[in-house]
Write a protein of this length. Sequence first.
Length: 296
Amino acid sequence: MNFKNPIRMHAVVSIATRQVKLKFLHFGALFWALLAAPLSHANDLGIHPDFKMSLNGRTYPVGAQIAVLPGASKLLWGDSNDWKYGYVRLGLNLFTSAVVNRAGVEFQVFPISILGVSAGYDSGVRNFVPKWLDCGMYACTGRVDRRYVRLNLFGAVKKVSFSLMAKFEELKGFQTVNKPLFDEMSLLAVRMTGENTITYSPAVLYRLDDKTQVGFASLYARSLTTPGYSHLYGPVVNWNPEPKLNALMGFGLNSGPVAHSALCGFFMLSYNFLPSLAVTDLALRKSSPGVSGSPD
């Protein structure tokens, strides 16, 4: 697929996110009922509810947020006790840092557990003026909507594991000002009336023991219509002190024309209350009775 053709990608994203909204309308009531119902009833229907929370942060530009991620999955084929299976998932994505709040819906299709495509839509409101940014030049507050299509790939060979995320995203602001919109997520300055962006994030990890992995990660974003990019990369440590708790920590260089180059520390602390059908939750599912299984 040619990511450099904004018109073609606009059509793909529009179709995909329209289907996400339709799925949300059709399955929304069932989704909330499943989350509220006893897990045994959901499992009888072949539905696997999941729930995760995380705290993410970085030192430059300074920022942090809490993520609340409920969802429900359906196994399509195979046995989720191994990586040879496929599934679909409908989830909600809720983010808050008190002064920046976002909410969205996402639909995932994984024909096989290690490779899948997600389409989503979210809307957020910013009520904070960062001291390090010239908000006379950029629109720093107000509403921002985003539509996206994301590809995820996972793999492992012995003690080495790798992942790749590639995302095409449309950003749109709603302020009536004649200046670029600053997006605090991608650290890009984009057109207020709408901008196409693409993000790549590869990572490679080496397992030292049952609880610790070390490696290297990169997060690169750029706009497709106007010049602009941001890049955060450096070494990382992934630590699982117990099955449901995970801590990812790292530091590196955060560079770009808006957020000027500087060293940055970053972290993600997550707690998996109820594992999903994602292959990354495989070990936790095996230790959680009634979660793994095969389709009816």
